[in-house]
Design a protein around this ligand. Structure first.
Ligand code: NDP
Length: 245
């Protein structure tokens, strides 16, 4: 039996890309999934696909910018399955733009989803994990959480923040047997570039994404972190396309 069998895993941003691929990978390995995102039709379809292959999944429509909704998501998981073993804070968006364009609404959204959404996810699961003296929190950062490019200041700031928060969490909670993992993907084929509103920049990013790897590559890395024995914590992984500079 794998170390993933029967683990209860909550995934935010599970309606597409990395979240969807991770849900399917972990379901195939016997995890009990709790899928969260805003688009219910997508979540329903993914749940059906998982179940048709013999997997176990439930979903709850959740906007991670609402602390109440994220709290309700964790409560739903615990009511249904009795516990949360793994929380994957994956929901995110990347509306890149130069600072001078002052797309302040997009900055706010990035901060709300990419940073506050992760914090709300941590807040929602930490009490029950502490009580059980067991748990695993996986936060999706980015290569942009290690370096900054033009038009990427705010996105990078959010992804640097995810790494800072996760490392702080590790220092505080390792004593309570709670594992933390930072996942930093490079270019991964997904809907993420669609959040870029500037046409010229979107075209440039689409070109850059020609080398993008499948979301499955990230799902496998996440599964690897989860399936380690409970006294082993994979604290950070960077996964790039081989040809990404
Ligand atoms: P996608 O755009 O395919 O997926 C993003 C997911 O986030 C969707 O499921 C979306 O669901 C969800 N989401 C967005 N806003 C909210 C919200 N307010 N509340 C709940 N869910 C929300 O992109 P990826 O799969 O690529 O992105 C996943 C993560 O990976 C992000 O954090 C991203 O920054 C990170 N990443 C991606 C890279 C890439 O190259 N693709 C590289 C590095 C990091 P819905 O719209 O249904 O709510």
């Amino acid at each position: 039996m794998s170390n993933i069998q029967d683990k209860v895993v909550v995934i935010t941003g599970a309606s597409s890309g990395i979240g969807e691929a991770t849900a399917k990978e972990l379901a195939a390995k016997g995890a009990k999934l709790v899928l969260a995102a805003r688009r219910e039709n997508r979540l329903h379809k993914i749940q059906s696909e998982i179940e048709s292959k013999g997997g176990t999944a439930i979903y709850k429509v959740t906007d991670v910018t609402s602390q109440e909704q994220v709290k309700a998501l964790a409560a739903f998981a615990i009511t249904t399955y009795g516990k949360i073993d793994v929380m994957i804070n994956n929901a995110g968006l990347m509306p890149l733009s130069p600072l001078y364009e002052r797309k302040i609404k997009e900055w706010d959204t990035m901060i709300d989803v990419n940073i506050k959404g992760v914090l709300y996810g941590i807040a929602a699961v930490l009490p029950s994990m502490r009580e059980r003296k067991e748990g695993h929190i996986i936060n999706i950062s980015s290569v942009a959480g290690h370096l900054i490019g033009p038009a990427g200041s705010v996105y990078s700031a959010t992804k640097f923040a995810v790494r800072a928060i996760t490392e702080g969490l590790r220092k505080e909670e390792c004593i309570n047997n709670i594992r933390t993992t930072i996942i930093s993907p490079g270019a991964v084929a997904s809907e993420l570039p669609e959040t870029i509103s500037g046409l010229e920049l979107k075209t440039a990013i689409d070109e850059f994404y020609m080398i993008a790897i499948d979301a499955d590559s990230i799902a496998r890395a996440i599964a690897y972190a989860i399936e380690q024995p409970s006294d082993v914590a994979i604290n950070e992984m960077i996964i790039r396309p081989t040809r990404q500079e």
